[in-house]
Design a protein around this ligand. Structure first.
Ligand code: S3P
Length: 161
């Protein structure tokens, strides 16, 4: 086992917890969206606009296929668990933690976010359906399920560590 992958829906705290976990465990932290943005020189909305969602999904898979870093923490994008190949790579190369949040909490955190194209183009109802559809896939690739409701970011970080 080499890496720790954090998976879960948008707004479940993957990046905030990943950053804290990296500091606590003294391991490098990578945010997949940031890495892809840096590699392309584009923001996530620009990538969606230019290459479409499929283009972005391909970039996520390419990132996972080519990533070389050993021991580290990786906050994945909320859609990464949708592809079987991604799920296989993550399980093979690390420990996968699913950050489970209620849709109510998620909606509170993401509803006004203009940097998430999926949120921009969807109604609350559509997002809730997407959340329901993805949940089994997060569970399928995760080695551990972490409940985040009513816990602070530091408490969740300590628990995973
Ligand atoms: C997405 C989640 C985002 C980002 C992109 C698509 C998704 O990452 O990868 O906007 O499909 O759920 P976060 O989960 O970090 O918001």
């Amino acid at each position: 086992m080499k890496r720790v992958y954090l998976v879960g829906f948008m707004g479940s705290g993957k990046s905030a917890i990943g950053k804290r976990l990296g500091t606590l465990l003294n391991l490098p932290f990578y945010d997949m969206d940031t890495e892809i943005s840096n590699q392309t020189g584009m923001t996530i909305p620009q990538i969606f606009e230019t290459y479409g969602e499929e283009g972005f999904r391909e970039m996520e898979t390419e990132f996972l296929r080519n990533f070389q870093e050993g021991y580290c923490i990786i906050a994945t994008g909320g859609g990464v668990a949708m592809r079987e190949e991604n799920r296989k790579i993550m399980r093979r190369t690390g420990l996968v933690f699913f950050l489970n949040s209620t849709f109510r909490d998620i909606w509170r955190r993401i509803s006004t976010d203009i940097n998430r194209p999926i949120v921009q183009r969807s109604t609350r109802h559509e997002l809730e359906r997407l959340y329901q559809k993805r949940k089994p896939l997060y569970l399928q690739c995760a080695h551990f399920k972490v409940e985040t409701a009513n816990r602070t970011l530091n408490e969740i970080t300590q628990y995973i560590a």
